[in-house]
Design a protein around this ligand. Structure first.
Ligand code: AMP
Length: 216
C-alpha cells in the first residue's frame, strides 16, 4: 500500500534536513520539486533557463510544469515524501486527484513551525555539500573541520542563488500568500491528518518525535 508524507513549512523551516532522515533512516523516496527543478536548470536547456528565471526571483514555477514532474514520480514508488509540493491550492487539488487515481489513502501532513526571524537567519547563512547534499549553517551549524563536509569529506560546497536576503523575503511573501492556505485546505478539509512540530529543535530529535506521533 502506498504511503505519502507531505512536509509543509516556510523556506528554511528544516524540510530538507528532515527529508534526508526520512530517506536514510526509513527508506522514503524523496520528491523535492525544488531539487528536480534545480536539476533541470543544471542541464542548461531553454526549458531550464525559463525555470531559472522563476527560481531566481523567488516566484513559483507554473503548475503545469510541476504536476508533470510529480506525476511521473508517484507511480513508481511506495513510500513517498513530498518536500516543497504542493505549493498552492491548485497543486493541492491536483494532488488529491492523483491520490484518487492511484488509490492512495495513507497520507500524513507534517507541518514544521519556525518564526520568520529564525528563518531569515537560517537561510542567508546556509550552504550545502555539493557532493552528498548535507546542509550546514555558517553561524549555527558549521562543519566540524573548516571547509570539509562532516558526512562525506568533500571540500566542495555550494550556495543557492535564491538564498540571498531580498529573494528569501520574496519567497516568504509567496509562502504566506500561496502556500499557507494549503495548510488550511488540509486542516479544514479533514481528509488527511495534520501534525504540527516545533522545528527549532535539533533535526535528529525532531525526526524521532515525528515518527512517534505519526506511528508509521
Ligand atoms: P525549494 O527548494 O522547495 O525552496 O524551491 C525553490 C524554488 O523552486 C521555489 O522558490 C520555486 O521557484 C520553485 N518551486 C519548487 N517547488 C515548487 C512548486 N511545487 N511549485 C512551484 N514552484 C516551485
Amino acid at each position: 500500500m502506498k504511503q505519502v508524507v507531505i512536509l509543509m513549512g516556510a523556506p528554511g523551516s528544516g524540510k530538507g534536513s528532515q527529508a534526508k532522515l526520512f530517506m536514510g533512516e526509513k527508506g522514503f523516496f524523496h520528491i523535492s520539486t525544488g531539487d528536480l527543478l534545480r536539476a533541470e536548470v543544471e542541464k542548461k536547456t531553454d526549458f531550464g533557463q525559463e525555470i531559472k528565471s522563476y527560481i531566481d526571483n523567488g516566484a513559483l514555477v507554473p503548475d503545469s510544469v510541476i504536476l508533470n514532474i510529480v506525476e511521473s514520480k508517484i507511480v513508481a514508488n511506495d513510500k513517498m515524501l513530498f518536500d516543497g509540493f504542493p505549493r498552492n491550492i491548485r497543486q493541492a487539488e491536483a494532488l488529491e486527484k492523483i491520490f484518487e487515481k492511484n488509490n492512495i489513502k495513507d497520507v500524513f501532513i507534517v507541518r514544521l513551525d519556525v518564526d520568520d526571524d529564525i528563518i531569515l537567519e537560517r537561510v542567508v547563512n546556509r550552504f550545502q555539500c555539493a557532493k552528498c547534499g548535507a546542509i550546514y549553517n555558517s553561524k549555527s551549524r558549521p562543519t566540524k573541520v573548516k571547509g570539509v563536509c562532516d558526512i562525506c569529506g568533500s571540500e566542495d560546497f555550494k550556495f543557492r542563488q535564491d538564498d540571498r536576503l531580498e529573494v528569501v523575503k520574496s519567497r516568504l511573501d509567496v509562502y504566506y500568500k500561496e502556500t499557507a492556505p494549503v495548510l488550511d485546505f488540509y486542516e479544514k478539509g479533514g481528509k488527511h491528518k495534520v501534525f504540527g512540530f516545533d522545528s527549532t529543535k535539533d533535526p535528529s530529535d525532531l525526526f524521532v518525535e515525528i515518527f512517534e506521533k505519526l506511528k508509521i
